[in-house]
Design a protein around this ligand. Structure first.
Ligand code: WTA
Length: 638
């Protein structure tokens, strides 16, 4: 049994233990998993030339730890309860035994299609059980999955496929999302026009939309599994063999492929799941994220299944067919743990409490929040109206790169404080530094959040470019992993995440690099240059504000038409989630004499906070500032 903390003093004791001897601490937890061969050393690390190895030379397969290890106890227990988009369609329950068979069967299919250990497999799928089966089947045979959120555009998909040279793509014909019926396979077809590495595409039939099946390349999932054996011997993996790649946005360049490896990720996701959520056998856990994000990887698929939990997997959106759908599903499946993003809470809050009060919600025990800072108002609403004042909220701070939750209350154990992620999990050593990298000790301090010691599920590299990993995370503040987040430690020693301090914006809990959105906008033929910043948005947390300088040829077009066309371009290059909320056409961007865009000013205008623009005298073109302020509908301060 993975050790579970049950009291506050227990937490403090475990935390101290993890500081005093991290290797003994994690070694002890890792003992509770099934290893083909035990590790030699728990940890080898070096933050200067970034290299981290956990459970060195250990051999295992993560799916043996989900299935074989627990099957004698869990065989008939539901692993996945799948709730379809349309409530009139029946939910599907898949037991551990059935899931095991599906995973083995599909593992055999992948092998038969020539996928070998170490090959990369792209998964571009809606929220259907096959997405989880696909991930686990890859893990079973040692193939590295790269799940791409099915809302990304063909260009984004092909970039990701090419970056890691995926051999196979697993997808579906379409995707039912709310009222929409999205043509998923069509996006894949378009993406694959530029992907020479892909040999096979396997397509789940979900919507029965008409699709093009390319002879020799495309296969139907239901046809390839037919008659295939449902047993399979798992591939033996090294502790540090790659488990998956997940692309995420940073402050520069294209999204990078964050690499997670097998053993550390397994140990940490299971341990953090059980402890943060205080999971008990029989609990029904619902994480509303998409499998395309890290939250879906760690707390829909791996963490809960390693813990033997029953998960809800929901295909649709929070507001379909009505704004009370989440609460209806909670009652229908007697959900005990509900884990969602602040943006969803704020959106549902805007419909008032009547839709919530239509449902009992008495099964709920724990509420969770993830992905962005939760404002106090949303926290209180969640606590009072969804949790009826009886359910602790775990505000879990973490990142794609951290693999698992890093700071969070332990449900019902750590006293909570609205909008605070409270305290680090055992084994996590946060440190706050000022802009010169000096540690800010004590309480009542605010600065850059770093982590000073490795934890098992930390990023190992960025796929194909280790230098980039080193530069992004280990060079800003020497000797520390830099998160990119600002943080405050209050008088009680509690942590509150203040949001990104780099050029990453967080829109509805989705990370977006401003450079990435700018590049998309700049690809439009009428655009000379652009600058993108975030601004506070009531529902999304942050919205996207784009300042755009147009080519003289634009004079022949209506500005509104150009705006529409820019939105279309961003949707095509990245996906609809990256569409700016505001596009302001300007004649120039404020630049320093060295040619750098002064984003500070642009941020202030977007925030409508121009009272304190600061010093603009060093600008090359101070005259554009007034124009920008007026163009934003604001008054130039006298
Ligand atoms: C932000 C999502 C405040 C943060 C798991 C981080 C949060 C980024 C929280 C990572 C939280 C995540 N409170 N901010 N509880 N959780 N963030 O990689 O800025 O999609 O750096 O991982 O989301 O986003 P990512």
């Amino acid at each position: 049994m993975i050790p579970k903390i049950s009291t506050l003093s227990g937490y403090l004791y475990e935390y101290q233990k993890s500081l005093a001897n991290p290797e003994a601490f994690w070694g002890n937890i890792a003992e509770n998993f099934y290893w083909r061969k035990k590790w030699d050393n728990v940890l080898e690390w070096d933050f200067d030339n970034y290299d981290t190895k956990w459970f060195v030379n250990g051999k295992l397969n993560i799916t043996e730890n989900i299935f074989e290890k627990n099957l004698f106890m869990l065989a008939d227990q539901p692993a996945i309860i799948w709730e379809p988009n349309d409530p009139s369609e029946a939910a599907i329950t898949i037991t551990y035994k059935e899931l095991f068979e599906k995973v083995c069967q599909f593992a055999n299919v992948l092998k038969a299609q020539g996928v070998q250990k170490g090959d990369r497999v792209a998964i571009y799928m809606p929220m259907i059980p096959e997405a989880a089966v696909a991930m686990l089947a890859c893990a079973r045979i040692g193939a590295i999955h790269s799940v791409v959120f099915a809302g990304f555009s063909a260009t984004s998909l092909s970039d990701r496929i090419n970056d890691s040279q995926c051999k196979v793509v697993l997808t579906s014909d379409g995707n039912f999302r709310g009222k929409k019926n999205i043509a998923v396979k069509k996006v894949v077809d378009e993406a694959l026009e530029n992907c020479s590495s892909v040999e096979k595409v396997i397509v789940v039939q979900r919507t029965h939309a008409e699709v093009n099946m390319k002879a020799g390349r495309d296969l139907w999932w239901h046809e390839v599994v037919e008659g295939v054996f449902t047993d399979n011997v798992a591939e033996e993996m090294d502790a540090e063999d790659m488990l998956f790649i997940l692309y995420t946005s940073g402050s520069t360049g294209k999204p990078k492929g964050v690499v997670h490896t097998t053993a550390g990720y397994m140990v940490y996701t299971a341990y953090s799941f059980i402890n943060v959520f205080q999971y008990n056998k029989g609990d029904i856990f619902w994480c509303t994220a998409d499998v395309g994000w890290i939250t879906g990887h760690s707390y829909i698929v791996y963490g809960p299944l390693l813990a033997g939990a029953t998960i809800i997997m929901y295909e649709g959106v929070p507001t379909y067919p009505d704004v009370d759908r989440f609460w209806e599903v909670v009652d229908k499946h007697q959900v005990t743990h509900f884990y969602t993003a602040p943006t969803a809470i704020r959106a549902l809050m805007s419909y008032g409490i009547e839709p919530v009060n239509k449902h009992k919600l008495t099964s709920l025990k724990v509420l969770g929040s993830v992905g962005e800072p939760i404002n106090e108002e949303a926290w209180q609403w969640y606590y009072l109206h969804v949790g009826k004042g009886n359910c602790p909220i775990v505000d879990t701070w973490w990142q794609t790169e951290t693999g698992g939750m890093m700071m969070s209350p332990l449900a019902g154990i750590t006293p909570t404080k609205p909008a605070y992620a409270t305290l680090p999990l055992p084994g996590v050593q946060p440190i706050i530094v000022d802009n010169d990298g000096k540690e800010l000790k004590g309480n009542n301090v605010e600065g850059n959040l770093c982590i000073k010691y490795p934890w098992p599920s930390m990023i190992r590299t960025t796929y194909g470019d280790h230098e980039r990993c080193k530069n992004t995370y280990f060079s800003t503040f020497k000797g520390y992993y830099f998160t990119g987040d600002g943080v405050k430690r209050d008088a009680d020693g509690y942590y509150r995440i203040l949001g990104r301090v780099d050029d990453v914006i967080n829109v509805s809990g989705h990370r977006m690099g401003t450079a990435e959105v700018e590049n998309a906008i700049n690809s439009h033929p009428l655009v000379i240059e652009s600058a993108v910043v975030g601004f506070p948005h009531e529902i999304k947390g942050q919205g996207i504000y784009a300042y755009v300088v147009l080519d003289s040829a634009s004079e022949n077009h209506e500005v509104d038409k150009i705006r529409q066309s820019l939105l279309l371009t961003v949707s095509k290059v990245i996906g609809p989630i990256a569409k700016p909320d505001t596009i302001q056409v300007v004649t120039g961007l404020p630049k320093t004499r060295s040619g750098k865009i002064m984003r500070r000013i642009l941020r202030k205008v977007a925030e409508k906070e121009i009272g304190s623009l600061g010093d603009t005298s060093t600008l090359l073109n101070p005259e554009v500032v007034e124009e920008i302020i007026e163009g934003a509908g604001l008054k130039v301060p006298s």
